[in-house]
Design a protein around this ligand. Structure first.
Ligand SMILES: CC(C)(COP(=O)(O)OP(=O)(O)OC[C@H]1O[C@@H](n2cnc3c(N)ncnc32)[C@H](O)[C@@H]1OP(=O)(O)O)[C@@H](O)C(=O)NCCC(=O)NCCS
Length: 183
């Protein structure tokens, strides 16, 4: 898939135009700022350490190479020329090659505008195109907004790892959610 390919455009709940597209090299600094803003706000993601520009270059090169081989699909959301959300489907391998693992995050200041929902819908459509039959994701059990969005789009809780995360002095369960694309 080529870089910067526009997949969908829609209006956010505040009326701003959102472009969902594959990433391109010019997004590097936005993506770096994006991931580091999530780390800084201590969002409910696994990562706790900031990313260097070199690491981000390596990560983005790998995304392009894996995207090219059909091993993953990366989708960003652009508002006013800046990347404000990132998401991906990573395809499993071997006996799990029909499985896609989804990840998604929207930048602070751009949440609750419908962007996460539209991205997830687009990822589900893309997963079908990639031949994925089972989509799975993992969330912090206390991430009510994320779990609400996932349930709305047909994901159901299929597992739970007790005390998977330790944050701010408390354990938090990991919730595994699944959506079957072919019944
Ligand atoms: C979780 C996330 C991806 C959702 O994306 P988003 O763009 O904010 O989501 P949307 O605006 O499409 O939808 C938000 C929905 O959650 C609802 N919501 C907001 N806060 C909520 C809460 N505390 N509990 C339950 N639902 C909540 C909204 O009302 C809205 O519901 P609706 O569409 O039925 O009206 C985004 O908020 C995010 O990236 N958060 C921080 C990082 C993160 O948690 N990533 C997910 C890791 S698993």
């Amino acid at each position: 898939m080529k870089t910067g390919k526009i997949i969908r455009e829609f209006a956010a709940k505040d009326g701003r135009k959102v472009v969902l597209r594959t990433p391109r090299w010019e997004d590097l600094d936005d993506l770096l700022e994006f991931i580091n803003s999530l780390v800084e706000e201590r969002a409910n993601i696994v990562r706790t350490e900031k990313v260097s520009r070199e690491e981000e270059v390596e990560w983005l090169s790998r995304v392009f190479s894996r995207q090219e081989k059909g091993e993953m699909f990366c989708l960003v959301a652009e508002v006013d020329g800046r990347v404000v959300a990132n998401s991906e489907i990573v395809k499993g391998r071997g006996y799990a090659s029909h499985v896609g693992v989804v990840g998604i995050a929207v930048k602070k200041g751009f949440r609750d505008l419908g962007i996460g929902t539209e991205m997830m819908k687009t990822l589900v459509e893309q997963a079908r195109r990639m031949g994925v039959k089972v989509l799975t994701l993992s969330a912090f059990a206390n991430n009510e907004r994320a779990i609400h969005v996932y349930k709305k789009l047909g994901f159901v809780e299929t597992g739970r790892v007790p005390r998977k995360f330790f944050k701010d002095g408390a354990y938090i369960d990991e919730v595994i959610m699944t959506k079957l694309l072919e019944e």
